[in-house]
Design a binder for this molecule. Structure first.
Ligand SMILES: Cc1ncc(COP(=O)(O)O)c(C=O)c1O
Length: 330
């Protein structure tokens, strides 16, 4: 990144830069996808995916085919359209009018999904582990059902891997653990490892939908962010890196389950939700942890952990000792 800073920091988006093209090539190579569009954030990646799905539906089935089904309890971002895609009433306040064309169904309910589907639906958009919604992994048979339904009906499957992607759940993409190959995958967070980048991965079915002029961004694919993302992929693709994520996750789950006031643990890999005893306030505990040197998140009534993937076992134990102490004092 620092080397790139001294070369080219920005160009007009009429041109490629080397890091931009190299990152695109690398991402496509390691995921098997055909093309990628770079933006600046997760919400932007999802906006791109939504635009692409609508254009595909309209071109293949007609103007009525523009509806997108998302799940209740999902989270897809904070722009007006991605808030509309987010299936939580709490996010549908204050900023009316929201973008039309989203329908929400309960996760893991096949019947409701089937009843909501008609020929105006161009896409189903899901997170495989609902992060902000409470760190809840979708049932495998439900995801297989959605995948099959999309293939049978010519509907695009969008998987929002903004949080689950790039090793967070122990595999490069969480899709691998569900044995699916969605038509569109969105990435951000872990890909940038601290610098702003978002990505829309397209397969052979979706890679020709956007043509020059249909979508764009001034800073997306910024060479410095791309240089950083290439290094992220170098490290994550090292043969020991992802197995290590799984070992660390198993260690954390094991210790959490023997802690006072912990009633359950959910999630996948280093995306961890901690259910705590009824009556305890997750936010209050998070503040106490922070006062003692541990930054821990909350998701609804749960505590939530998203440690850096390169955290050491020693650092993990230090953090878990603080959590143990805070939970013991409730
Ligand atoms: C699943 C998911 N999608 C989209 C977003 C939005 O990403 P960003 O904050 O980069 O816009 C988030 C952020 O938390 C997320 O967890």
């Amino acid at each position: 990144m620092t080397k790139q800073l001294n070369l080219v920091q920005h160009t007009s988006n009429l041109f490629y830069t080397a890091p931009d093209a190299l990152l695109a090539e690398r991402l496509c190579q390691i995921t098997g996808y055909s093309k990628v569009f770079f933006g600046n954030s997760g919400a932007e990646a999802n906006e791109g995916a939504i635009k692409l799905a609508r254009k595909y539906g309209i071109e293949h089935k007609g103007e009525h085919c523009n509806q997108i089904i998302t799940l209740r309890n999902s989270f897809h971002g904070r722009t007006v359209t991605t808030l509309a895609a987010t299936g939580q009433d709490a996010f549908h306040q204050h900023f009316f009018p929201f973008t039309e064309g989203f329908r929400y169904v309960e996760a893991n309910n096949q019947q409701q999904l089937l009843e909501t589907l008609d020929d105006s639906v161009c896409s189903i958009m899901i997170e495989l582990v609902q992060g902000e919604g409470g760190v809840i992994a979708l049932d495998k048979d439900y995801v297989t059902y959605i995948d099959q339904l999309c293939q049978d009906r010519g509907i695009l499957l969008i998987v929002d891997e903004v949080q689950t992607g790039i090793g967070r759940t122990g595999t490069l993409l969480c899709c691998e653990q569900y044995n699916i190959r969605p038509d569109i995958i969105t990435l951000a967070k872990g890909l940038g490892a601290g610098l702003p980048i978002g990505a829309v991965l397209m397969n052979e079915k979706t890679s020709e939908v956007f043509q020059p002029g249909h979508h764009g961004t001034t800073y997306g694919g910024n060479p410095i962010a791309c240089a950083g993302a290439i290094e992220v992929l170098n490290q994550v693709c090292d043969e020991n890196f992802l197995p290590d994520v799984t070992v660390k996750a198993a260690h954390i789950y094991h210790r959490l389950l023997s802690m006072p006031n912990v009633t359950g643990v959910s999630g996948l890999g280093l995306m961890i939700g901690i259910e705590i005893a009824e009556g305890l306030d997750s936010r209050k505990i998070a503040v106490q942890c922070a006062e003692n040197g541990l930054i821990i998140l909350t998701a609804k009534a749960k505590l939530r952990m998203l440690p850096p993937l390169n955290i050491t076992l020693k650092e993990i134990d230090k953090g878990l000792d603080i959590l143990f102490q805070c939970l013991s004092n409730q």
